[in-house]
Design a protein. Structure first.
Length: 590
C-alpha cells in the first residue's frame, strides 16, 4: 500500500467519523475534508473544485427547483383530495407514496420520480401531523428499489448491460432486470412499511428564526364565483379543502348575514369569512377557485407583473391605526390589496373593509414586488418574516407538470442527458413563472450542493491513488476460495460498500470486470455476478451522498448522516439475504 493510498483511506475514514459524530454541519465537514485532501496532495490542486461542475450537483440542484415548482402549483393538493380524500394515516399514505414512486422509477429516472412525489409527501405530512422526515427517506429508498426493475430505471443497470455486451457479446435487455428488481422492490417496500418507525422525526436543520414564527388565526374573506368548484355545494365541502385547519365565521349573502352551518349551500356571489393559517386559506382559495377580497391589480391596463403577498405588522407609529381598509382604499390609492388580518387573542367577525385596524395587527398585503416595499415604509409596517406567503399569488397549475414530463421524456428517448434535461426544466420553471425568480435560490439547498461538490474529488481520491484497485485485489484473493453463493454475496456487499465513495456508475465500471473475472476463475457464468454488481451499486441506503435520491431528501428531511444507516443498514442486510438465493435461481451460475 502506497503513502497516497494510506492518506486517501485515512481522510475518508476521518470524514465519515466526523459525519457520524454530527457536531458540525455537513457542508463544513466536507469542505474541511477537501482542504485536507488537497493539502496532503491526494487531490490535485487543479481538481479541487471539479465537483462544482459535476453532473450530480446540477441534477440535485435542478431537481430541488423542479420539485418546488410542482409543490407551488397546487396540483398536488387537488390530486390528493380528488383521488385519495380519506388517506389520513401515515402507513396508508406511505404505502401509496412508495408504490407510486417505485413504479415510476422503473420507467423514468428515479430522481425524476422522487421529484414528482416529494411535494405529495409534504402534503401528506401536513395532513397527518407527522414530520416530513418520516416520509422522505422511505420514498427515496423506494425510488432506488424501483429503479432496479428495468434497464433504464437507474444508471448501474445501463452500465452493467453495456459491460455484459463488451465482455460476453450479449447485452442485458430492457426487462432482464425485472424479475430480480420486482422481488427486491416488493420485499423492500414491505420492510419499509413495517419498519418506518426507525426513521426519526426531524425538522429542517436550517430553519431561520423568522420561519419559526407562525400566525394561526388569519381572517380572510372569499367570494364564490361562477367558476368556483364549491358553487351549489354545502359549506362542509368548502371547509374540507382546508383539511380541518380553517373555520367559517359568517356567510354574507347580499345584505343578509348568515350562520355558516355545514349544510348551507354556497351560491354565486356569497362572501365567506374564513379563519385559519395562511397556507390553509391558500389551499381553499386555489382548490375552490374562489376570489379573494380586493381588485385585480393592473398597470397601464394590463395585469401587474411579479405580484407577491407579504406579512406585515402595524407598528405604533403607523398612520393605519384607527382606520379601516374601506377608508384607506389601498387598492385604488396604492395598488395594494388587503387579503387577510390577524389579531392576537381575538376572532374577527367583521368584513375586512369594515375592520378598524389596530397596532399589532398582522396583515397579508398583495402587490407587485416593486410597489410593496414603498407601501410598507410609508405606512410604518414591519415585515413579519422573509418567508413565502402563497395566499393571493398566481399559480400555473399544469405548467410545472408539463415541464417535468418533457424533461423526463427527453431523457427516456435519449434526446438529452439527465443533467441538461433537469437544468432546462428548472430554467423552464422560471421562464414560465411557475416559481418566482426571487424564490429560486430558496428552493436550491446551498449546503447540500456545497457538500456534494466538496465530496466528489475527495471520494475520487480512492480511484486516482489506486485504492479501489487495491480493494479489488484483496477481493480476488478472498473470493477464489468461496462457493458460488459466498462469492456472489461478497461481490454484492462490496458494491454496496464502495458506492458511497464512487458514484454508482463508477462502481459498476470498477466492480463489473472484477465480477466477471471471479465468475471465469471459478467456472461460473457471469450474469448473476454482473446482476449482483448492479444491485449493490443501485442499493445505497447507508449514506446521503451515494445516490442523488438520498441527497435530494437530506436537507428537506432535516436528516443527520447517522439517520441513514438506522433504516438503511437492516434494509441492506435484507437485500443481500434475498438477492443471493434469488440470483442463483433466476440466473443459474452453471
Amino acid at each position: 500500500m502506497t503513502t497516497d493510498q494510506i492518506l486517501a483511506f485515512t481522510v475518508i475514514a476521518i470524514m465519515m467519523a466526523v459525519f457520524i459524530w454530527d457536531r458540525f454541519r455537513y457542508d463544513v465537514v466536507a469542505c474541511c475534508a477537501l482542504v485536507l485532501a488537497v493539502t496532503l496532495g491526494i487531490v490535485p490542486v487543479d481538481k479541487a473544485f471539479s465537483g462544482f461542475s459535476d453532473d450530480i450537483v446540477v441534477i440535485v440542484g435542478s431537481a430541488l427547483v423542479v420539485s418546488a415548482g410542482v409543490a407551488r402549483s397546487g396540483i398536488v393538493d387537488t390530486a390528493i383530495k380528488k383521488f385519495f380524500p380519506n388517506l389520513n394515516t401515515l402507513p396508508t399514505q406511505l404505502a401509496l407514496l412508495m408504490i407510486v414512486v417505485a413504479v415510476l422509477s422503473a420507467f423514468i429516472k428515479n430522481i425524476g420520480a422522487l421529484a414528482i412525489m416529494m411535494p405529495v409527501a409534504f402534503q401528506f405530512a401536513r395532513k397527518s401531523g407527522a414530520s416530513p422526515s418520516k416520509y422522505l427517506m422511505p420514498i427515496a429508498f423506494a425510488a432506488l428499489l424501483g429503479g432496479l426493475m428495468t434497464q433504464i430505471g437507474t444508471s448501474p443497470n445501463i452500465v452493467v448491460s453495456r459491460l455484459r455486451s463488451e465482455l460476453t457479446g450479449t447485452p442485458f435487455t430492457m426487462f432482464d432486470f425485472t424479475p430480480m428488481g420486482a422481488i427486491l422492490t416488493i420485499v423492500g417496500i414491505t420492510f419499509l412499511l413495517f419498519f418506518h418507525w426507525l426513521v426519526p422525526s426531524r425538522t429542517k436543520q436550517n430553519n431561520s428564526i423568522e420561519e419559526a414564527v407562525e400566525i394561526t388565526n388569519y381572517t380572510s374573506e372569499v367570494s364564490v364565483t361562477a367558476q368556483s368548484s364549491v358553487l351549489d355545494k354545502p359549506m362542509s365541502e368548502l371547509l374540507k379543502l382546508g383539511d380541518g385547519e380553517v373555520i367559517a365565521t359568517a356567510v354574507l349573502r347580499g345584505p343578509a348575514r348568515m350562520s355558516p352551518f355545514p349544510d348551507l349551500v354556497m351560491r354565486e356571489g356569497d362572501v365567506a369569512l374564513l379563519e385559519g393559517p395562511s397556507k390553509a386559506l391558500d389551499r381553499i382559495v386555489s382548490a375552490g377557485r374562489l376570489q379573494l377580497s380586493g381588485k385585480p391589480l393592473r398597470e397601464k391596463g394590463q395585469a401587474q407583473p411579479d405580484v407577491i403577498s407579504v406579512e406585515a405588522i402595524i407598528s405604533q407609529e403607523s398612520p393605519l391605526r384607527g382606520l379601516s381598509a374601506k377608508e384607506l382604499a389601498l387598492s385604488y390609492t396604492r395598488g395594494v390589496n388587503l387579503l387577510a388580518v390577524s389579531r392576537r387573542g381575538e376572532r374577527l367577525k367583521e368584513r375586512l373593509g369594515d375592520l378598524t385596524l389596530m397596532a399589532g395587527d398582522v396583515l397579508v398585503l398583495q402587490g407587485s414586488r416593486r410597489n410593496l416595499p414603498g407601501v410598507l415604509q410609508d405606512f410604518s409596517l414591519l415585515p413579519l418574516a422573509q418567508r413565502e406567503v402563497l395566499l393571493g399569488t398566481h399559480r400555473r397549475a399544469y405548467v410545472p407538470l408539463i415541464i417535468l414530463a418533457l424533461a423526463m421524456a427527453t431523457t427516456a428517448v435519449g434526446i438529452a442527458p439527465v443533467p441538461v434535461a433537469f437544468f432546462a426544466a428548472a430554467l423552464g420553471m422560471v421562464v414560465f413563472r411557475a416559481i418566482p425568480l426571487a424564490d429560486i435560490y430558496k428552493a436550491v439547498d446551498g449546503p447540500i450542493l456545497v457538500m456534494l461538490a466538496a465530496l466528489i474529488p475527495v471520494s475520487d481520491s480512492l480511484r486516482s491513488t489506486g485504492g479501489s484497485a487495491l480493494i479489488a485485489g484483496w477481493l480476488g484473493d478472498v473470493a477464489t476460495n468461496l462457493p458460488a453463493w459466498g462469492a456472489l454475496a461478497l461481490i454484492l456487499v462490496t458494491a454496496m460498500a464502495v458506492t458511497p465513495f464512487l458514484n454508482n456508475a463508477a462502481t459498476v465500471l470498477v466492480m463489473g470486470p472484477i465480477a466477471v473475472s471471479f465468475a471465469t476463475n471459478l467456472g461460473f457464468k457471469p450474469e448473476a455476478f454482473l446482476m449482483a454488481v448492479a444491485i449493490g451499486a443501485g442499493s445505497d441506503f447507508l449514506t446521503p451522498v451515494g445516490h442523488q435520491c438520498n441527497t435530494l431528501v437530506f436537507g428537506p428531511g432535516g436528516y443527520k448522516f447517522s439517520d441513514y444507516p438506522r433504516l438503511g443498514l437492516p434494509l441492506s442486510f435484507i437485500i443481500v439475504l434475498v438477492s443471493v438465493p434469488a440470483l442463483l435461481y433466476i440466473w443459474p451460475v452453471r
